[in-house]
Design a binder for this molecule. Structure first.
Ligand SMILES: Cc1cc2nc3c(=O)[nH]c(=O)nc-3n(C[C@H](O)[C@H](O)[C@H](O)COP(=O)(O)O)c2cc1C
Length: 257
């Protein structure tokens, strides 16, 4: 079983690639949190994976909640592994997985950056290079998972403590100060409501209403067909579409999808 949290599709694609290599199934973390329960088959699982993005050099808050729920419901003997997707690096954000949650194997996988309030999107060349490298890396990760190997292949980057313990709290403050807004052009299609993995949106009189627990995951910002939602400098940086990057970088002949 591979549990996955994803806002803009990168981690979902990574989980899907792993599931294909491992003949495993992907379970949505947001659905588990909504239902407040874990799937029935979990008790007998010999290995359990978790795939999610890094947010501000930290595990996203809903993933943290899920991990605590998982840890209470998992058989002690199960091999636990995690794959964290990042644009660049994760600081000390994954340290707790090993220290207090008993994950024996943790990898980071670089994927196209999605955090447009502050940073530019990767160029198409950089983004498709990351996808090609991720395909190779995930084939190797799957081999290690099949063998239940321990691993700690984590790209912490420079100044990891500063990023996680000092900059992360500032990032959370920024999220509160720069909420996602509708800046005109919304046609009331409701896609943002369906995409939000933390149920922070509803439609009222054909317009999105934000309910006050946004995590800046960018699902609505990148997924709005009218590009009507923005935060910080995101409006001038464009929208990220994983499918477009995948089209630029098809799998090698006879290779992975
Ligand atoms: C709120 C937010 C914070 C992010 N923080 C980081 C970060 O600290 N380090 C990094 O390398 N990438 C960061 N990123 C990039 C994402 O981790 C990366 O693009 C990830 O693959 C997105 O996954 P998803 O499409 O499954 O949501 C951030 C993205 C978002 C939306």
């Amino acid at each position: 079983m591979i549990f996955c949290f994803s806002a803009t599709g990168n981690s979902r694609w990574v989980a899907g690639e792993l599931a294909r290599h491992l003949s495993d199934q992907v379970v949505d973390i947001s659905d588990c949190l909504r239902r407040r329960s874990l799937p029935a088959g979990l008790a007998g699982a010999a290995r359990v994976g978790v795939v999610f993005p890094i947010h501000g050099w930290h595990v996203p808050a809903p993933v943290g909640r899920f991990l605590r729920m998982l840890s209470a419901g998992l058989p002690g003997a199960a091999y636990r592994y995690a794959v964290c997707t990042c644009g660049d690096d994760v600081g000390k954000g994954l340290a707790g997985l090993r220290r207090s949650l008993g994950f024996g194997a943790v990898w980071t996988v670089a994927m196209p950056n999605t955090y447009v309030p502050m940073f530019a999107l990767d160029s198409p060349e950089v983004a498709s290079g990351k996808i090609a490298a991720a395909r190779r890396r995930l084939a190797a990760v799957a081999g290690d998972v099949l063998a239940c190997r321990p691993a700690w292949e984590v790209r912490e980057g420079g100044f990891p403590r500063l990023k996680t313990y000092v900059l992360h709290p500032l990032f959370r403050l920024y999220v509160r100060l720069r909420p996602v807004r509708e800046g005109g052009g919304c046609n009331g299609c409701g896609r943002c409501v369906r995409l939000c993995p933390v149920d922070n949106l509803r439609l009222s009189a054909g317009r999105p209403v934000f309910l006050g627990h946004c995590i800046h995951c960018m699902a609505c910002v990148h997924g709005c067909p009218q590009a009507a939602l923005s935060s910080g400098g995101s409006a001038r940086r464009g929208q990220y579409r994983l499918e477009e990057t995948l089209r630029l970088c098809p799998p090698a002949e006879g290779g992975n999808k």
